[in-house]
Design a protein around this ligand. Sequence first.
Ligand code: BTN
Length: 245
Amino acid sequence: MGRHIHFEQTVSSTQKIAQSLANDGCPDGMIVVADEQTDGRGRMARAWYSPSGTGIWMSMIIRPNIPVNQTPQLTLLTAVAIVQAIEELTPLRPTIKWPNDIMLNGKKIVGILTELQAEADKVHSVIIGTGINVNQTIEHFPEELRNIATSIKIETGTNLERAQLIQMILLKFEGLYSLYLTKGFKPIKLLWEGYAISLNKMIVARTLRGSIEGKAIGINDDGVLLIETADRSIERIYSADIEIK
Ligand code: BTN
């Protein structure tokens, strides 16, 4: 991972650049990093605040030989890699809120957006975008984010060199990804469960098709969240915002 790095000072979105590099047949494992994004994108068509000089705005392009329905596994794998990297370089102990929010003290520090290029059921490339709040102080965040977002600097009181964190994330990702390619999702799922805060709790999952309330009983082998509802049926959640009750 990261043997081919494409760096730009300012881009609209590293996801967009990564998509066009992937279309042009770039090498597997290529990374796009920008100092600033003017049109950073989050999940569910939200904007992602990506100012210059503070965070890591990065997209990774990988080409695993897996069917489309297994790609959520890679999002969970990436979340584990980032948590492990933060743990390695700081005293912080982040947790993961399904599917891919990395949290510290109830606030979000990392978001992951996985996008696909596929033909029929076959993955052509997976583009994993990660937004990591590293050196922002609270004043850096717009008012509406101050109660829900945090950064490594806010939590530790010290700056962390972004290049050092990128390097550590790529190292962790590489190890987990080769474990995944040889042993499958099971060992990754176990690691992910060790960091997950939403499991065995009553939650509300807000999906594009409405809200589902119940107990989060686990994830299945594709990385899909399973909720047991009041009538004891099991709902499979592919994409949602989760609120822990
Ligand atoms: C989320 O909604 O939590 C996902 C946020 C993902 C943000 C990252 S920043 C790098 C990459 N480029 C984007 O435009 N989005 C992702």
